[in-house]
Design a protein around this ligand. Structure first.
Ligand code: HEC
Ligand code: HEC
Length: 385
C-alpha cells in the first residue's frame, strides 16, 4: 500500500500524484481477475477497470481516476452496454452485451480528436512464474508450426523492444510485456504513479501539460537508487507473483471426453493445453515441468467484434493474446457472473466463446453446432481448468 510524498516513511511514499489504485492488490485481489463497472450501480468503478489511450497529448497513456490531495483526477472510467441476442441452430438463445467505454468528469478538458480508448480488466495473475519460464524459442516454434499448418489459425509473436533489444512479448492482453519485471514496472508507472528502474518518471503518466502533477512532491530518494520503487522492491513483487500457483490446474485434466471436445471443436489450436518449462536450477518449483495453461502465448486476429483501435507493439487492434484458461476452476460456481475477455464483457464461458471471430470463427461455428449436452460438457471442461 503506497502513500503520497512527502512522508517520514520514504520506503512507502511517492504515490501518484495521479494514480488508479494504491496497491497491486486493489486491482488484483488475491491474484483474481477484475471486473468492469456495473452501469446499474451508481458510482461503481468495477475492480481494476482501466482505460488505456494512444498517448493523448494531455492525458497520456491511461486515465488516472484518483489523485493525491490538491491534485485533480483525470476522469472516471465507465461503460455502457447494448444487449444483443444470439440464436443457436438448436433454438437456444444467449444474450451478449456489447460495451462502449466512456470517461466522465474529465479533469483536463476534452480528449484529443485522434485519441482512442481501450478498456481493460486485470487478468488473473496466477501461474505467472511458470508462464515466464516457457522458453521464448518454443513460443516462436509454435508460431512457425501454426503458419505451416492448413486452416485459419496462424498465431504470431508480439515482438517488443525493451532497452533496445527485441524480445518475445508474453504478458498483458496483447502480449506487450516480455517479462514480469517489465509488466510490474509499467503497473507502478501507469496504475500507481511511482518510478522504477524501467520507468523513471516519479509523476508516472502525467504529461508536460499537467504541470501541477509534475511539480508536486515526489518520493524519489537517494537510498532507493534515486527512485520511488528500487529494483529490490520490484524483485520482491516479482518473487511474490512468480510463486502464486495456478490453483489446482497443474495436473492434466482427467476429463477425457472434455478434452476430446476441446480439441475437436478447434479450441486447442490456440488454447494449447500444455507446455514444458525451462530448466532453472535456482527455481526448482518452476523448473522443467509440464504445465497446463491452455494458451499458445501468441496473438490472434479475433475479428472486429473484439477489436479496439489501440495497437501495442506488433499487435493490431483486432489481435489479442490467447488467454490462459487455467484458474477458472476457482470461479466455476460464478459462471454467468464472470468478467471474461479483455474488457470483462463476457459473463459466462459461453458468452466468451460467442465473441470469438476472425481466426476463431470456424471453432465458434463448430461450438454453436454441437448438441446442447456437448456444449455444456465443453464449458464444464473449461471451468475445470
Ligand atoms: C488500476 C488497477 C491495477 C493496478 C494498481 C495494478 N494492475 Fe496489474 N493489471 C491491470 C490491468 C488492467 C492489466 C491488463 C493490462 C493490459 O494487458 O492491457 C494488468 C495486468 C497485469 C499483469 C499481466 C498478467 C497477464 O496475464 O499477462 C501482471 C503480471 C500484473 N498486472 C501485475 C501487477 C503488479 C505487480 C502490480 C503492482 C505493482 C499491478 N499489476 C498493479 C490493472 C492493475
Ligand atoms: C484463433 C485462436 C482461438 C481459438 C480457436 C479459440 N480461442 Fe478462446 N481466446 C483466444 C483469444 C485471443 C482470447 C482473448 C480475447 C480477448 O480477451 O479479447 C480468447 C479468450 C477466451 C476465453 C476468455 C478467457 C478469459 O479469462 O477472459 C475463453 C473462456 C475462451 N477463449 C475459450 C475458448 C473455447 C472454449 C474455444 C473453442 C470453442 C476457443 N476459446 C477457441 C483465442 C482463441
Amino acid at each position: 500500500m503506497w502513500v503520497a510524498a512527502p512522508t517520514a516513511t520514504q520506503a512507502a511514499d511517492g504515490l501518484g500524484p495521479l494514480y488508479n489504485a494504491r496497491s497491486c492488490a486493489t486491482c488484483h485481489p488475491r491474484g483474481a481477475g477484475g471486473r468492469p463497472p456495473d452501469p446499474a450501480v451508481e458510482g461503481d468503478q468495477g475492480v481494476g477497470y482501466a482505460i488505456k489511450l494512444n498517448d493523448d497529448p494531455v492525458y497520456g497513456r491511461q486515465i488516472q481516476s484518483n489523485a493525491v490531495l490538491r491534485q485533480v483526477i483525470e476522469g472516471r472510467p465507465r461503460v455502457t452496454y447494448r444487449e444483443e441476442e444470439i440464436r443457436f441452430p438448436d433454438g437456444a438463445i444467449v444474450r451478449l452485451r456489447r460495451p462502449t467505454p466512456v470517461v466522465t468528469d474529465l479533469g483536463y478538458g476534452p480528449l484529443a480528436e485522434a485519441t482512442v480508448m481501450s478498456a481493460r480488466v486485470p487478468p488473473r495473475v496466477h501461474g505467472m512464474g511458470l508462464l515466464d519460464r516457457i522458453p521464448a524459442g518454443e513460443i516462436e516454434a509454435e508460431a512457425a508450426r501454426q503458419a505451416a499448418a492448413a486452416g485459419p489459425v496462424a498465431g504470431r509473436v508480439n515482438r517488443v523492444t525493451v532497452a533496445g533489444k527485441p524480445e518475445v512479448g508474453r504478458f498483458g492482453w496483447k502480449a506487450m510485456h516480455p517479462t514480469l519485471d517489465h509488466q510490474d514496472a509499467e503497473a507502478f508507472s501507469l496504475d500507481i504513479g511511482m518510478s522504477t528502474p524501467a520507468f523513471r518518471d516519479p509523476w508516472g503518466d502525467c504529461t508536460p501539460v499537467q504541470t501541477a502533477c509534475r511539480a508536486a512532491p515526489h518520493g524519489d530518494s537517494k537510498q532507493f537508487e534515486g527512485l520511488e520503487i528500487p529494483s529490490t522492491v520490484i524483485g520482491l513483487i516479482d518473487g511474490y507473483l512468480r510463486d502464486l500457483p495456478p490453483d489446482g490446474s497443474l495436473e492434466a485434466s482427467k476429463d477425457k471426453a472434455g478434452i476430446a471436445l476441446f480439441i475437436d471443436t478447434g479450441c486447442a489450436a490456440c488454447h494449447r493445453p500444455s507446455w514444458r518449462t525451462a530448466v532453472a536450477p535456482a527455481h526448482p518449483s518452476l523448473s522443467d515441468r509440464d504445465i497446463f495453461p491452455h494458451s499458445d502465448m501468441l496473438l490472434h486476429d479475433l475479428g472486429p467484434g473484439l477489436a479496439d483501435a489501440l495497437p501495442m507493439g506488433e499487435a493490431r487492434g483486432q489481435d489479442w493474446r490467447t488467454t490462459p484458461l487455467w484458474g477458472l476452476n476457482r470461479l466455476a460456481a460464478k459462471d454467468g457472473q464472470l468478467s471474461l475477455l479483455h474488457d470483462g464483457r463476457a459473463r459466462s464461458v459461453t458468452e466468451a466463446i460467442l465473441w470469438h471471430g476472425g481466426e476463431a470463427e470456424e471453432a465458434k461455428g463448430r461450438f454453436m453446432n454441437l448438441p446442447a449436452e456437448a456444449r455444456k460438457r465443453l464449458v464444464r471442461y473449461v471451468l475445470g481448468l
